[in-house]
Design a protein around this ligand. Sequence first.
Ligand SMILES: Cc1ncc(COP(=O)(O)O)c(C=O)c1O
Length: 405
Amino acid sequence: MSASAAWRRLEPKLAAIALRLGQLESEPDRRNSFMPYTPERESPYVDLHGERLLMMSGYSYLGLSGDERVVAAAQSAVDTYGTGAHGVRALAGSTPLHEELEAEVAKFLDRETALVFGSGYAANVGTVAALVGPGDTVFIDKYDHASIVDGCQLSGATVTRFRHNDADHLDRRLSDAAPGGVRLVIVDSVYSMDGDIAPLPELREVCDRHEALLMVDEAHAIGVIGATGRGIEEHFDFKVKVDIKVGTLSKGIPSTGGWVACTPELALFLKYNARPFLFSAALPPAQAGAALESLRILDREPERVTHIQRESARLRKIVTDAGMRTLDSETAVIPLVAGSDELAYDYATACRKAGVVGLPVVSPAVPNTLARLRIAVTARHSAEDIDVAADAFLTAARQCGLIPG
Ligand SMILES: Cc1ncc(COP(=O)(O)O)c(C=O)c1O
């Protein structure tokens, strides 16, 4: 078979994505994905092709990206260790900095041990696929992150989904499950597209009754929920504990990398069984240094967390009072529901014309009647920034017919 015939077999897939993007981003003004934003170091503003815009859809919850202490820590790590890790952790890739970072993650989360992966995605995929396999059952919330879903698929375990944040449905799923094998329940503590929080006490009770382990992805919770940003256990006043915590160093913590916080026995098991840990290069020193310093700052400056919680509650109230739908959001993530994918694109464009970036999230990432702008409030946003953003969101919503004019 000639090369062109081989490529022709791929053509329908390439054509499908081109068609879909053509529908959503046909005019330059409607383009909202993969935009080359240049952030300002000391503010939540970005530059886009010479235009200064207020970024309201970033993930740097703690506002520490560009913080001079974090930048200095990254530079110092490069000075000491160079730019690359040059190996997997089991071979040449481990440095004292990686061990220091793991100790800091464990301390911050009140666990004995933590293991740092190359990304949050790798931490989820590697942990899930190591913990369960054929003969085991994993129970996942319908809205769990893609990295959890991918880990499940890789594991070969039986995968059962339960309705979003519905502990009764999980209870029924566990009652119906095969009796043998490991039972692992996995939820996000904060859902990245909805901004709601998992009902931890109810989930814990169901897991205990059915001899199931409870794993929680804290990607959007660390630095965001709990009085000092320690995530879902702190949010519920430390009354219940999860068995395995997983998270990222790429959101509130402005670096890259992921972590698992757990018992020393489980960490040892994962070191030799989590394939993305064993077979992928260690975190680069600059990223480890930045993450370590950011965790220490978060520990010393809980007022950043208070600020996020106060300003996100205020923004949510302003927009819902004006008639916008924000679903069950109760965190820094605030979905501004537009409806159809096309409306979400138009709404994003109208917001940008009003000087504010609110990025659209469309199907299949969310149901196609609930396309939205995914807004995130950070510690970098001053009260005045939030007022500016609220004004733009409401003006644009009126223009798009989402709320009365
Ligand atoms: C809930 C959740 N888990 C895991 C990840 C993956 O984290 P990372 O970007 O560090 O790979 C993300 C990233 O979007 C996420 O939202």
